[in-house]
Design a protein around this ligand. Sequence first.
Ligand code: ZN
Length: 225
Amino acid sequence: MNLCELKPSPDEVLDWLRQGNRRFRNGRNQAPHCDLQRVELACGCDQAEHALATVLSCSDSRVPVEILFDTGIMDLFVVRVAGNSIGEAQAASLEYGLVHVATPLLVVLGHTHCGAVTSALRHEKGLMPDDPALRPLLNPLQPAVQRALANSPGAGEEEQIIRAVEENVWQALDDFLAWSPAAGRLVEKGQVKAVGAVYELESGRVRWLDQKEAGSQGDGASQTD
Ligand SMILES: [Zn+2]
C-alpha cells in the first residue's frame, strides 16, 4: 500500500501544525509522543509509517522545531542548517523526507532575527569583512538578500532583515524544487504541499506565508492564523 494513503492529507497536516503552534504560544503544550512508549514504538517500526511533515529550519537554538509545533518523537523529519538554505546535503535530506518518509507536507521555516540572514545582509552592504569559512553558509543567502534590498529602498536594517528572511524562505523552496524533480512531481500531483513560514521569536507564533508564492519569488504576504 502507498504510505501516503495511510496518512492525513497535506492540508490536515498543516492544520495539525497550526494547532500545535497555537498551544505552544498560549503556554498549553501537551508534549505528545515524548514518553518511553513512543521511544519503544520508534525503535521497532519504520518512521515512514508515522512522520507527517518534513521541515527545513535554521540551526538557531531559539527555534526548537518539535517544541514550537508541540510535537514529539517520530512526528517531524527535520533538516536544520544555519540560515535554512539549500546545499546538496540539505536538498537530499528533504527529498528523503518526502519520497522515503512519505511526509505529506514540506515546511520551509525561517525566523525573525536570523543571525545568518543578518550577516549575509551586512556582507552584501559591505559592512562585514569577508570570512572564507562562512562563505558556504552566506553564499546561498545572497540572492534573497539582494532582492530584499532592491525591494525596500530606504528601509532601515530591521525591515530589510524581515524582508530578507521571507525572501530566503522562497529562495530555499525554489532551490530545493529545482534540485529535486522527484519532489516537484509529488507537489504537482498534490501528494505533497510545500509551504513557507516564519517563526517569530517575539511571540512564539509561526506566521504562515502566502502559498501562492511557492515556485516564484514572494511579495511578503502572509496568511492570518
Ligand atoms: Zn537563523
